[in-house]
Design a protein around this ligand. Sequence first.
Ligand code: PMP
Ligand code: GLU
Length: 394
Amino acid sequence: MQLLSDRILNMATSATLAMAAKARELRGEGKDIIGLSLGEPDFNTPDFIKEAAIKAINDDYNSYTPVDGYVELKEAIITKFKRDNNLTYTLPQIVVSTGAKQCLANVAAVMLNAGDEVLLPCPYWVSYSDIVKLNDGVPVEVKTSIDTDFKMTAAQLEAAITPKTKMIWFSSPCNPSGSIYSEAELRALADVLVKHPNIYVVSDEIYEHINYVGNHASMAQFEDMYDQTITVNGVSKAFAMTGWRVGYIGAPEKIARACNKMQGQITSGTNCIAQRAVITALNESPSRVQYMINEFKVRRDLILGLLNDIEGFKTNTPEGAFYVFPNVTHFFGKTLRGKTINNATDFSLYLLEEALVATVTGEAFGNPDCIRISYAASQEQIIDAIKRIKETVS
Ligand code: PMP
Ligand code: GLU
């Protein structure tokens, strides 16, 4: 009998984490790798949040928490949803989980049956397709291109819907394209979806605050979409808290209760100290973390300027998150330093080996023409990395 399940054997390794691990390994061998692969703020968690965690330890928060999170945290999330997104949720509609990643895994596990189709506008975040597949769902890619700023149109959505469509998952601001759906663009998608009340939307808003154009729009803000939407968010990105592992959903009550039940058998409530710290984080004004967003914007402009100076990198202008997603098809079929580049994966590996710069292939995000470069790195690192890339491709 085979040792491992088909489930795990059929699952791809997370390309973002795999590239980060490879970069770490090469660094361990003494190579001077610049890591632009992982989507992780290079800031420390702000002091006011750290202090709340230290206080929680000293106040003896050390027991199991309610599976779906402390009531005070759920109340802080309700306040945040109202304050930042004008969304009204009640306590039983909120579930706190071990990162937004677990929120997504819960939702897939409690909503998908074998053969249910999940629309994934491309490019999509790397883990969506494997989380869907793990739960016997069928990811259905909806291709977009740089010409529409990698956004799906209402017509494309309409054309992709079949009787088997159960859900659509997308992030805005988008990882990896940095694109943001405006309120009008979301409304156009909503106009299609309201005609299909059995299709549910996972609106992944984890980059909500990392927005350089203002005005974040949420799918659930439309009254006629509220009951069809699961709003996913978390503190990893805007609060520089990736390792604390706290994410949350606001969802129709039946779905939230099901996630709570699922989590109760798998992980229980997330870490008690992290939850206490997040109460403080969410009760503060988002302006407390604006300094990080300002710096990300400077870096975005810096990296775009540098990339546009290299022949063969075609970029959109990301409006949020901290990634650029250049189209690099110019290099396909070329031989550089004796290495033939056939696709984005070859190109990303070439950059790792020759420029010592870690990026991620677009294939992992459902777009084989691009690579993803994270600019959650210092300006010096960005300048150095793009200089190295330029030297190895020119
Ligand atoms: N969604 C998107 C779009 C992401 O980029 C990430 C990055 N980690 C996540 C969800 C998961 O975030 P976390 O589990 O750290 O809250
Ligand atoms: N979301 C980040 C990224 O896309 C973190 C890595 C991960 O969770 O996969 O790089």
